[in-house]
Design a protein around this ligand. Structure first.
Ligand code: FRU
Length: 496
């Protein structure tokens, strides 16, 4: 297979996306979240800052709005806010990636090339996953960040392992390191570590981590990065059973914090922590911004049931970029990237006030499909059993609730009457006397940042038809609002 085959495959993919774009429905299509112009997306891949721009690649099926043979889609931005669509970067064209160019990551080498690593995927039986996968780690190189030369396979594992994928590469000192997820010979979920001096030749280093849960058989999309004095290992355990509020999604993402240095084992200091409490948050990947911040994107979607946006010719979107830090309690904090304030238009500051018993207050009577709400409430000074926001509120009475529930002491995101799509609710614990929320509402998702970012809730939404308003409400008591600012947000797309 030659570079020409790859170029031809990319052309076919572009043509298909153009066709889907032409018929795309936009009632739920994101205005400030990354999604493909048409077709399916899942995991963020190859996150980097290169050539003066942020680059976000993603798992992409350009031929339809369901998962299918994976390509790498691509967008870029100078400021993390305004996104330009770039040509599809990678398509299946080698024997090793015959059935998909799966997830991976990017580094910039000493010569200033953008080097990406991805999993070359084949179905063992040539058709589906029934007999497992044949997966290898592959490399591709770009001078300009847009056109890639495939360099083929760089890591081959024991051929009998059914899952062996999602390389995340970084540099520490004068060596490069790669982690990826594996299903061991005894069906345990593991993270494997390799190292390399030149990016082309890789040596097995060690099994860095094994999930303590024997029911977990694969750790998808691992990422290992330093934050302050410690290292954070994020991963997506497959096979964990629902347990109270935990592992409720078909696909869950979390992390452990520990210590690591080149040549050493990873020593966990915590158990598994939830990455995000929402219904759709998966495969987060992080990277270092030029100013040293560790930024992360994740996929808001899932594989377990059909998402109704597929009717509109697209499916899947990424979270907003989040800045990661580590608290003294060894919990990750994730906050919206500071740049996102540039999206704000027409901000209205409502100041401090008391919300009366069972009162509703309209904050935005229309245009609520694209907004950010900053709300703080002194919980000691009020008696409300629930206080929060009804977003996506339509004339037919449909709405999505984002509220603090004082009985459960949790912040919930409830899609029961949103309109279309999956219902159910998700919630995150709140252990303080101050409720502090930043809520991002887009046409097809709601993201909630609680307090200092120790908990977040991200879910996709498919609101009912009609103009969407935002209301503040409280139930069975009063609420002492200490701050409330409502921002309309502009689109982040350079071109649609
Ligand atoms: C996670 C994942 C990865 C894989 C990719 C395939 O969402 O299953 O493990 O590389 O998606 O699209």
């Amino acid at each position: 297979m030659s570079a020409d085959d790859h170029r031809a495959a990319l052309r076919r993919a572009e043509t298909a996306v153009t066709g889907l774009r032409a018929v795309r429905g936009d009632r739920w299509y994101p205005r400030f979240h990354i999604a493909a112009a048409g077709g399916w997306i899942n995991d963020p891949n190859g996150l980097c800052y290169f050539g003066g721009r942020y680059h976000v690649f993603f798992q992409h099926h350009p031929f339809g709005s369901a998962w299918g043979p994976m390509h790498w889609g691509h967008v870029s931005s100078a400021d993390l806010v305004t996104w330009r669509r770039e040509p599809i970067a990678l398509a299946p064209s080698l024997e090793a990636d015959r059935d998909g160019v799966f997830s991976g990551s990017a580094v910039v080498d000493d010569d200033g090339n953008l080097v990406v690593f991805y999993t070359g995927h084949r179905w063992r039986n040539g058709v589906d996953e029934t007999d497992g996968n044949l997966q290898v780690q592959c490399m591709a190189v770009s001078r300009n960040g847009v056109d890639f030369d495939k360099r083929g396979v760089v890591v081959t594992g024991p051929a009998e392992l059914p899952h062996f994928r999602d390389p995340k590469v970084w540099r520490t000192g004068d060596r490069y390191f790669m982690v990826f997820g594996a299903c061991s010979a005894t069906r345990r979920g593991e993270v494997w570590l390799y190292h390399s001096a030149d990016l082309a030749h890789w040596e097995f280093d060690r099994v860095l981590y094994q999930d303590p849960d024997p029911g977990v058989y694969m750790l998808e999309c691992p990422d290992l990065f330093a934050l302050g004095e410690h290292w954070v290992l994020t991963y997506c355990p497959m096979g964990a059973e629902p347990d109270g509020y935990l592992f409720r999604n078909g696909h869950n993402a979390g992390y452990v914090v520990g210590d690591w240095a080149p040549g050493s084992d990873f020593r966990p200091l915590t158990g598994y922590q939830v990455g995000d409490w929402g219904a759709e948050y998966y495969a987060p990947q992080s990277f270092s911004a030029p100013d040293g911040r560790q930024l992360s994107f994740a996929w808001m979607g899932q594989f377990d049931y059909r998402i109704v946006t597929a009717d509109d010719g697209w499916c899947g979107q990424l979270t907003i970029p989040r800045e990661l830090s580590l608290g003294p309690d060894l919990r990750l904090r994730s906050r919206p990237a500071a740049e996102l304030t540039a999206l704000r238009r027409n901000s209205v500051d409502h100041g401090a006030f008391e919300l009366g018993r069972n009162e509703d207050r309209v904050l935005l009577s229309r245009g609520g499909e694209c907004c950010e709400i900053e709300l703080t409430v002194d919980l000691r000074a009020g008696t409300a059993e629930r206080i929060g926001l009804a977003v996506n509120h339509t004339p037919g009475g449909h709405e999505t609730l984002v509220a603090y529930d004082d009985l459960a002491r949790r912040v919930l995101l409830d899609r029961r009457s949103t309109g279309f799509g999956e219902r159910g609710y998700r919630s995150a614990p709140l252990n303080t006397d101050e409720l502090r929320l930043r809520v991002f509402v887009d046409r097809g998702s709601v993201e909630v940042f609680i307090g200092d970012g120790a908990a977040t809730l991200s879910s996709i939404t498919q609101p009912a038809d009609g103009p969407r308003s935002v209301q503040l409400y409280c139930e069975s008591g009063t609420a002492a609002v200490t701050g409330l600012v409502v921002h309309r947000l502009r689109s982040g797309w350079e071109q649609d």
